[in-house]
Ligand binder design. Structure first.
Ligand code: UD1
Ligand code: CA
Length: 322
């Protein structure tokens, strides 16, 4: 397999979050949104030296947060003129590379490495210029729709703001995860024009530009509806939180931990738990923390960050009253 690079878009102002904190630094189960995206990019084999983050709004905060990974590269997007413009800011990084590149939005913490690998494989097998990661969803509102031709092939992506009534009914959406050939992507970026409702340079126009040039473009339904959830608002952050909690608790179930009432238990993503530990209802396990084997926690327990529990510890709150 060829050496991949990755560009992660994280410059947006996150208007809908109504926040002074860069969106990608908002926390999900104790970790920043960007941590989850970096995890999967690392898992699919891209080293930090080959990852470029496009930062803008709150750039210093993002760089400070990621200072423990000195290999990462950063480029600045001074004005947020659209996702296409954001990728163009990484132009030098792309121009140094004659090979494939993943482009991802930094606000998608639920994506998994397996799905990205499927996208990368489809891209390589077809010798494509672009493979768009798509998902079939029940509620596509707000998202870019995948328009296909009569034969089921890719035609173009249409953003919600530019879609007509028929197009709005399409439930296959653009996840904002793409594989591109770096050289061809650069060529397409040069041709972008802000002739759309939002007056932005849309990355979503690049696939059709490439296809019109005769290159191979695929739309690959590699992602599940849950993975496709981008965090654009506090409501979506809460939804992502619930899904991530289900994943974390499911993981600990599989590792031999008893959690009888998952919906009243919170477990930070940075908590480690030994098998045969029992977590009783209404318990909040902050992280990072290390919990040994055979412990019992709760009911009604708060475990502060930094806690280490030896095997067979009983951790319960002091419930004595008056
Ligand atoms: C985008 C896609 C849409 C897709 C959706 C999936 C475009 C035009 N639309 O819409 O087709 O269905 O993602 O979630 O690409 N960003 C920058 N600089 C900018 C603008 C955005 O870095 O100038 C970053 C944001 O920080 C974010 C990512 O790009 O991480 C996506 O931007 P966002 O505004 O969230 O796009 P959507 O409206 O979600
Ligand atoms: Ca988004």
């Amino acid at each position: 397999m060829s050496q991949w690079r990755a560009v992660i878009l994280a410059a947006g102002k996150s208007k809908r979050m109504k926040t002074s904190v860069p969106k990608v630094l908002h926390r999900l189960c104790g970790r920043a949104l960007i941590d989850y995206v970096l995890d999967v990019v690392t898992q699919v084999g891209v080293p930090d030296e080959n990852i470029c983050l496009v930062v803008g709004f709150g750039a210093d905060q993002v760089k400070r947060y990621l200072a423990h990974r000195p290999g990462l590269r950063f480029v600045h997007q001074e004005q947020q003129l659209g996702t296409g413009h954001a990728v163009a800011c990484a132009g030098e990084f792309l121009a140094r590379h004659d090979g494939p590149v993943l482009v991802l939005a930094g606000d998608m913490p639920l994506i998994t490495a397996g799905s990205i690998e499927r996208l990368m494989q489809s891209f390589e097998q077809a010798s494509a210029a672009c493979a768009i990661g798509t998902a079939h969803v029940t509620d596509p509102s707000g998202l870019g729709r995948i328009v296909r031709d009569a034969g089921g092939g890719f035609e173009r992506i249409v953003e919600e703001a530019d879609a007509d009534e028929q197009e709005k009914k399409i439930r296959e959406i653009n996840t904002s995860i793409y594989a591109f050939d770096a050289r061809q992507l650069l060529g397409a970026l040069e041709k972008l024009r802000p002739d759309n409702q939002q007056g932005e340079l849309y990355l979503t126009d690049c696939p059709a530009i490439l296809q019109d040039n005769g290159a191979t473009v695929l739309a690959v339904a590699a992602f599940s509806e849950l993975e496709a959830l981008g965090v654009n608002s506090r409501r979506e952050l809460a939804r992502a939180h619930r899904i991530m909690q289900d994943r974390i608790i499911g993981h600990w179930h599989d590792q031999g931990v008893t959690i009888l009432d998952p919906h009243t238990v919170y477990i930070d993503a940075r908590v480690e738990i030994g098998p045969d530990t029992v977590i009783l209802p209404f318990s909040y396990l902050d992280g990072p923390a290390m919990i040994g084997r055979g412990c019992t926690i709760g009911p009604f327990a708060y475990l502060p960050p930094g806690t280490t529990l030896a095997d067979n510890t009983r951790w319960e709150p002091n419930l004595s009253t008056r």
